[in-house]
Design a protein around this ligand. Structure first.
Ligand SMILES: [Fe+2]
Ligand SMILES: [Fe+2]
Length: 357
């Protein structure tokens, strides 16, 4: 099913063209000394899965609450105009907000598909090209999975401005590490935190399992960014590292704005400024906004971009303390949770088979 009639807010056009200006690099050395990247490549090959079969797409979703999220976690919960709406209006608003959020996952995954393909072309080492090739197929699968989930809802929305700005910046930059920094560190780091919210709080087994399986792959993608950049950044000058730190701070502000859903509130006829004020000021929504950075900050520290620019930027955003988190433990947990989802489904199918005998 093509997304032509499903858009609630109509996109400006059917496609987005981003001019490119970088060298595609061949390598004749066929080097194989980056054992860490080759290990990740081996894991990437072994952990391939098929979204068609691993996920039970026959599961129904709740039309009123397709992502199965508790009302208390809705960003406008407690906002006086929302509380005064009729039940039908509240359902419509939440349904649109969930479709909007899921659409950002879908478009972001398409961005990841394109960025990983760009890395295949541009990155100097063959070991990194190999790994990025496995990431490219992972991202295609993620686009497929989120598209199917959105098809079930029957409603989608265009890419939001702040995400588009950041993607445009990342794709237009001709320095290969900037693609990693924007995509593997910032966009994917933020996506991981958002996916985890659905995986861990959704009452919909379908929505939860899609996010759990995508997260299992994303753990490798973030590891790829860490392994590559950790090696590369000490070789740069302080001025070059400072430029990257400046970019990271600005990118994080863009990403925080990406969750404001301004165009959706406007489309739904709400008072946009007041809705955003509510999201900035209520403690639950504020917590959500800072929590989104719990995957990014420890990685930024790990890759060695931890100078005064980044530390001040993150202190101002109130997210500096996340630097203490153990990113390896979080990634190991993402893989373990995906395995639990597999076990649960196997169990359900076993019980159903016994019942049918
Ligand atoms: Fe992805
Ligand atoms: Fe990814």
């Amino acid at each position: 099913m093509a997304f032509t009639d499903t858009y609630g807010i109509k996109p400006d056009s059917d496609a987005w063209h981003v001019p490119q200006n970088y060298d595609t690099r061949f390598t004749w050395t066929y080097s194989d000394d980056r054992k860490d990247l080759l290990g990740l490549y081996a894991k990437g090959k072994q952990k391939q899965w098929d979204a068609e079969y691993r996920i039970d797409w026959d599961q129904e979703i709740d039309w009123e609450n397709p992502q199965g999220m508790p009302n208390e976690l809705f960003v406008l919960n407690g906002w006086a105009p929302y509380e005064k709406m009729s039940k039908g209006e509240r359902i419509e608003l939440r349904r649109n907000s969930q479709a909007w959020g899921l659409s950002q996952f879908l478009h972001g995954e398409q961005g990841a598909l394109i960025c990983s393909a760009k890395i295949v072309q541009q990155v100097p080492d063959l070991e990194a090209k190999f790994y990025a090739a496995t990431q490219t197929i992972d991202e295609a699968r993620h686009v497929e999975a989120y598209k199917r989930l959105l098809e079930k809802i029957g409603l989608s929305h265009p890419m939001t401005g702040p995400l588009k700005t950041l993607l445009d910046q990342v794709l237009s930059d001709n320095r290969w590490d900037m693609t990693y920094l924007g995509m593997q560190v910032v966009i994917e780091g933020l996506a991981l935190a958002a996916f985890a919210g659905i995986r861990d709080y959704s009452s919909s087994p379908l929505a939860a399992s899609v996010n759990a399986y995508v997260m299992e792959d994303e753990a490798r993608h973030v590891a790829f960014g860490r392994l590559t950049l950790r090696e590369y950044y000490p070789q740069l000058t302080q001025k070059e590292r400072d430029e990257r730190e400046q970019f990271l701070v600005e990118a994080c502000y863009h990403m925080r704005d990406r969750f404001e859903q301004r165009e959706l509130w406007e489309h739904m006829g709400l008072d946009v400024e007041d809705a955003c004020r509510h999201m900035h000021e209520t403690s639950g929504a504020r917590q959500f906004r800072t929590h989104l950075f719990n995957r990014i900050v420890p990685v930024v520290k790990d890759i060695g971009l931890w100078g005064p620019i980044v530390r001040k930027g993150y202190a101002d955003m109130g997210v500096l303390d996340y630097a203490q988190l153990d990113i390896d433990a979080m990634q190991a947990n993402d893989e373990a949770v995906a395995a639990q989802f597999d076990a649960r489904r196997a169990n359900v199918e076993e019980v159903a088979a016994i019942a049918a005998e």
